[in-house]
Design a protein around this ligand. Sequence first.
Ligand SMILES: *Cc1c(COP(=O)(O)O)cnc(C)c1O
Length: 362
Amino acid sequence: MNYDRVYNFSAGPSMLPEKVLEQVRDDLLNYKGTGESVMEMSHRSKEYMSIIEAAEADLRDLLAIPDNYKVLFLQGGATTQFSMVPLNLMTKSHKADYVVTGSWAKKAMKEAKKYGDVRIAASSEEDTFTYIPELTKDDFRADADYVHICFNNTIYGSHYPYIPDTGDAPLVADMSSCILSEKVDVSRFGIIYAGVQKNIAPAGCAIAIVREDLIGNAPESCPVYMDYAIHAENGSMYNTPPCFTIYVAGEVFKYIKALGGIDAMHEIDVRKAKKLYDYIDSSDLYTAPVRDKDRSIMNCVFVTGDEALDKKFVAEAKEQGLINLNGHRSIGGMRASIYNAMPEEGVDKLISFMQDFEKNNK
Ligand SMILES: *Cc1c(COP(=O)(O)O)cnc(C)c1O
């Protein structure tokens, strides 16, 4: 179907699969014969219960989430997890180690400082976050309550090519911009969290996958909404959840399962990213600053080396229906976010635009 849609390379909110949008449209006024929209439905109704239960079951299936982890649908985005994590986990030594690999990692670290003894275990800031540090157990304090990393750095376009060994300290990972793009061994993590508006659903929800022993340790002074235990005990229904967003997330999970699951999704993602980086590496005009093995397959950052030319690139791309290619306002240049829902044709069209632009701006 042609809806005159553009290819949106925004880092988030970002594109949703067209098939999912069509399904949502078909369900919009009357969800499966209920006579009402999911937007109007009681979150306690049996129809809605089956939506949220199926969403959780499909996510568990996609990521092979072990039984000793809870899946929580929460509000406040990934940003609220920056405070929920220390509030719930900094309860023994009150120490936490953070790895600073970009702006989001830094924001998470700053927030945690309000709650205890936060140490930067490693940082790649001295090299403008163009790489992921090589970390070993010795980089972390043995008695840290947890270690926090940002697995995919949305703004700088880097990604961990490995899962760090943190010894006994639980590893907490912000996966907002890479969740569902690759298989991860969930059992290596204490908590995985993600805002949904990058790779899952419209904005309004964060998903936290929390190992059970990390739940129930928040101090009494913890605000009720910030306590993982409250959400775990109430099946993410302590209060009204972001019903419509969770429903769309559930449709996206079904869509990925129908494609063949995470492995099939990953194969497509890798193919799209490889094309784009291969072209950039072969070009005389563009360069990608992130170290080869640490490059993100979701957020591809590149520059021409000339700020005025970068601006021209972004403006001319927009005229071709390739929108939001500007880099984050803090670093400039270009960034093509090519999440799961970006069709391969979108990447092909971008590369062909880049070739033309290179020819015309020699
Ligand atoms: C977008 C993003 C955030 C912030 O997400 P919100 O849901 O807007 O709070 C945090 N971390 C990463 C890695 C992100 O990409």
